[in-house]
Design a protein around this ligand. Structure first.
Ligand code: FMN
Length: 408
């Protein structure tokens, strides 16, 4: 049968997803001073529900408010007040759309100016060339730190379920803590958390198991995984195949395939690898290889913004189509595609030479769209470097607020 992006999908746990179009995670930087969802953030999600997506995966929510990926992110801990989170989940109440909270720990990927607790499997700092000093030096984690992280992921998942979310997605991609454990480049431990891929994946598996023991069976538990880090000596496609095989034995409802990290931002389609240079659906070839092993549905994200590419993903036997930038620019894209499959959102073009600045300018440009949708404002195009400067000014203000409230 030829599937359409509007064909429903039934997950192994019985949950039905109304169509294959998934809003992939985008950190919105719209948290309030207490790191809880603001009204603008909640309003943004209302627009995606109205726009017709089948699933929304939230921007990453931190399991520890002292370890944030950004100063206006969201944190959900065991004792956090749930009121604002309940309001957030209520956006899907009268719809068939599913809301999945992405949960994350940054590990070493923390900006120095933001501060907080910065730890990693080993004390290996980010190498960003001349931009390296923007990042904090991490400390190697103790066994107690690792146990604390496992407990936190499970506690955040249980809180998400109590707050009315349909599931969680464990962020194990893009160079954050769990991805640092998976990569031999960042995980140089000699104990049972490092070395073989079985050891490097031990933390991810322990987290999946502890979450599963904490939530009900119909609660969706998903994982976001790199197909590869695209770095010499990093997490490879062969490693990813083994991790998928290990996840096959767990109750994981779907796995999203991405790639890259801050040092090699392949998730923006610009790794040195030949496969990722294809402009559209640049992880599709990898996802197809992983699909031969996976028993659970796979989702692929990266470079999908037109209907024919979305259809190609399904024709390649990948079950879910992840889109971030396209839905940031055009939250009602699924509605457009229901009546006009040739409709294409106008994605911003960021052509800055410096790799780090280009990644930051891309994020700033897309985040500007998110913020303006959240505040019901029209987004007029501005130069990506202007977006970057405005974003940096906003971040400087928010870093001060975060440091004052949580770090100093
Ligand atoms: C502003 C912005 C924020 C992002 N935040 C997250 C995040 O919180 N978690 C995550 O897994 N990926 C995050 N991503 C990566 C996207 O989920 C996605 O993998 C990437 O943008 C490629 O997909 P696209 O081509 O559809 O944009 C972010 C991307 C952007 C542009």
């Amino acid at each position: 049968m030829l599937l359409s992006p509007f064909t429903p999908l039934k997950l192994a746990n019985g949950q039905v997803i109304k169509n294959r179009l998934v809003k992939a995670a985008m950190e919105e930087n719209l948290g309030d001073a207490n790191l809880a969802p603001s009204s603008a953030l909640i309003n943004l999600y209302r627009q995606w529900v109205r726009g017709g997506v089948g699933v929304m995966i939230t921007g990453n929510v931190m399991v520890d408010k002292l370890a944030m990926t950004g100063p206006a992110g969201i944190a959900l801990e065991a004792d956090s007040t749930l009121d604002a989170f309940r309001e957030w989940s209520s956006v899907v109440d009268k719809s068939e759309c599913k809301l999945i909270m992405q949960i994350n720990h940054p590990g070493r990927q923390v900006f120095k100016r933001q501060g907080g607790k910065v730890f990693a499997p080993s004390a290996v700092a980010l190498d960003m060339g001349k931009h390296s000093k923007m990042f904090a030096q991490p400390q190697a984690m103790t066994d107690a730190d690792i146990e604390d992280v496992i407990t936190r992921f499970a506690a955040t998942s249980l809180q998400a379920q109590k707050a009315g979310f349909n599931g969680i997605q464990i962020h194990s991609a893009h160079g954050y803590l769990l991805s640092q454990f998976l990569s031999p480049k960042t995980n140089q431990r000699q104990d049972h958390w490092g070395g073989s891929i079985e050891n490097r994946a031990r933390l991810l598996l322990a987290i999946v198991q502890k979450i599963r023991a904490s939530v009900t069976d119909d609660f969706i538990v998903a994982v976001k995984l790199n197909s590869a880090d695209f770095q010499r000596g990093g997490f490879s496609l062969e490693d990813a195949e083994k991790v998928i095989a290990m996840l096959n034995d767990q109750q994981v409802d779907f796995v999203e395939i991405s790639g890259g990290n801050y040092e090699a931002p392949a998730m923006q389609g610009r790794a040195a690898d030949e496969y990722t240079l294809a402009r559209e659906a640049y992880f599709l070839t990898f996802a197809q290889k992983l699909q031969r092993i996976a028993k659970m549905p796979l989702m692929v994200t990266g470079g999908i913004s037109n209907y024919s590419t979305a259809s190609k993903v399904l024709a390649s036997k990948i079950d879910l189509i992840g889109m971030a930038s396209a839905l940031a620019v055009q939250p009602d894209l699924p509605l457009w595609w229901q009546s006009r499959t040739e409709f294409k959102p106008k994605l911003p073009k960021v052509t800055v030479k410096d790799k780090t600045l280009r990644a930051l300018a891309t994020m700033a440009t897309i985040r500007r769209h998110l913020s303006r949708h959240g505040h019901n404002k029209i987004t007029r195009p501005i130069h990506p470097m202007v977006s970057l400067v405005l974003d940096q000014m906003k971040l400087a203000r928010l870093n001060k607020r975060y440091r004052r409230n949580f770090v100093d």
